[in-house]
Every structure is written in C-alpha cells, then in structure tokens.
Ligand binder design. Structure first.
Ligand code: FPP
Length: 247
C-alpha cells in the first residue's frame, strides 16, 4: 500500500490504483490575481511557482508521467503584453528546470509546434530536453504552442504524404501507426486529467489521447492548487471503475 500523507482523508491507496499519467490544465491564474487586485502576470508567476510544487508532489508519489498545458495555439490571441510575460515565464522555467528539480531524475519533454516560438525558448527547449534525456523516474511533458486539432491534422498530413510517396499503404494506417505520428509518440495516454478553476472542458488539450481519460474538475484556482487537492483527485480516481467501453 502507498500512504498519501497530509491528505484530506488520510487513507492508503495501492500503487496500482494511482494513475500512471496525470495531465493538468492549469486554469485560473487570471482570476486568482483579479481577486487580489493584482495583474494577471502575477497570477501566472504564482501558477508557475505552484507547478514546481505539484511536479515534486507527483514525483514523490511515483507518478510516471505528468503533462501540463502551458501555452495553447489559441493563447497567441491574448494581449501581446500577456503573451510576452508567459514566454518570459516559460523561458525562466526552462532555464531553472534542472536546479528546481533538485536532483530528481525527471526527463523534460516539450510537445507542440516550434513554429512561431522565440529563438531563446527554442534554444532552452533543446538544451533541457537533451540534458534530461537520460532521466528515467518521471517524464514531465510541457505543452507549449500546442493544439490537439493541429496535432491530429499534422499527423494526417504526414501520413497522406507517406502514402503519396509510396512509403506507406493506406490500409496499414491503424491506431498504433497514427499514434506514432502524434507529438506524444511513446507516451501512454493520460489516466487522469485535472482542470482547475471549475471550468469543465478540454480546450484542445490532448484530444486524441484523452478518449478514455478520467476527468477531475476541482473548484480551486491553479495558484491555490495544493498537495491536498492533488490527493483529493487521486482518491477520486482510485475509486473509479474504468471500463474502456467494456463492461
Ligand atoms: C490559464 O489561466 C493558464 C494559462 C493560459 C497559462 C498557464 C501557465 C502557467 C501556469 C505559468 C507558466 C507555465 C510554465 C510551465 C512556466 P488563465 O490565464 O486562463 O486564467 P483565467 O481563466 O482565470 O483568466
């Protein structure tokens, strides 16, 4: 049994009842700041700080994969000043990633389109991905400039090109082949998706991958998401019966 301490209910959860992959939609930074009369940017900075804590908490629970939606393809539509601030936070986050992980063997992987991302971010992505590639205890996947529909379209386009070039037969395109063309190639699908702030939608995050994912929508803004909220999500998940379309 696996003891999740300091939780709301203090209860054991057997390791096989913990999710192998948790995806987070870190929503509510702006509302958190507004409630305090602060700028949205401060909300995002707090959100970034909270993310570091959540990653450490997941690591100590031996969660094998953690994904987060840091910047969507739709987020470019926000005011330039907010986009610039988010890029600055991402850059800082990537630059400090290894130091913040304090020796934990976490492999950092970035998914999303590289097109349109600033040069300095691209450089940091390459650096942090290659520097952490040998770490095998947890994979931390950060979605930057990511959109689920775009990812599916891109896969379809690549596959169509392979068929046109004669290197692939259309009838050989099965689930495994298609999944091998997604950004998440080799990463198991999320078992649990947590979206904070009370909003209950996917917002173009991991559309294909979340077909059988369990959802949890706590009524807490992301900068307030504490370890106990993670534990509540895990208790809720552990109590669910997943049938994957069967009985
Ligand atoms: C949604 O809150 C959050 C985002 C669009 C960005 C998430 C980014 C962070 C948590 C910080 C940066 C990330 C990293 C990896 C350093 P919102 O702005 O939509 O909040 P609102 O709905 O209350 O306005």
């Amino acid at each position: 049994m696996f003891f999740i301490g300091k939780g709301a209910k203090k209860k054991d959860i057997a390791p096989e009842h913990l999710p192998g992959h948790i995806a987070f939609i870190m929503d509510g930074n702006g509302r958190w700041a507004k409630k305090r009369g602060l700028s949205r940017n401060i909300g995002h900075a707090e959100g970034s700080r909270m993310l570091k804590e959540v990653v450490k908490a997941c690591f100590s629970l031996h969660i094998r994969y953690v994904s987060v939606y840091a910047f969507s393809t739709e987020n470019w539509a926000r005011p330039k000043e907010e986009v610039d601030q988010l890029m600055k936070l991402l850059l800082e986050y990537l630059k400090n990633a290894e130091a913040d992980l304090e020796g934990r063997a976490v492999r950092i992987r970035i998914i999303g389109s590289r097109k349109g991302l600033p040069e300095d971010i691209l450089r940091e992505i390459d650096r942090v991905e290659s520097n952490t590639a040998g770490n095998g205890e947890m994979d931390f996947i950060i979605a930057i400039n990511y959109g689920g529909r775009q990812e599916i379209l891109e896969a379809a386009r690549t596959l169509a090109g392979e068929v046109a070039a004669g290197t692939l037969r259309a009838e050989d395109i099965d689930e495994a082949c298609f999944e091998g063309h997604l950004h998440t190639k080799g990463i198991p699908f999320p078992d649990l998706l947590i979206r904070t702030s009370g909003e209950q939608r996917l917002s173009n995050f991991l559309l294909y991958q979340c077909a059988y994912t369990e959802f949890h929508f706590p009524d807490v803004l992301w900068p307030d998401f504490k370890e106990r909220h993670l534990h509540e999500a895990l208790y809720s998940y552990a109590g669910r019966k997943r049938r994957f379309g069967g009985l």
